[in-house]
Unconditional design. Structure first.
Length: 73
């Protein structure tokens, strides 16, 4: 019987962020295909938000690990 591997909180967050990004990109492609609206123009303006989310994820993972280790880095 195959045992499933436990997913760490950092991996879970990465999976969640990747899922959200792929969903938004897929929805944008679908909206652009159906309506002809310039969705990519709006998304292109918001790309720095992706960097902010990724940076916040890294910081949160660092502080969670640090608190789990009793305050030691």
């Amino acid at each position: 019987m195959k045992r499933s591997r436990r997913i760490s909180p950092a991996e879970g967050t990465t999976t969640l962020v990747l899922g959200i990004v792929l969903t938004v990109l897929g929805a944008a492609l679908l909206i652009e295909r159906i309506t002809g609206a310039p969705v990519w123009d709006y998304l292109w303006r918001l790309w720095p938000v992706l960097l902010i989310v990724m940076g916040a994820k890294i910081l949160l993972a660092h502080y969670r690990l640090r608190s789990a280790n009793g305050g030691k880095p």
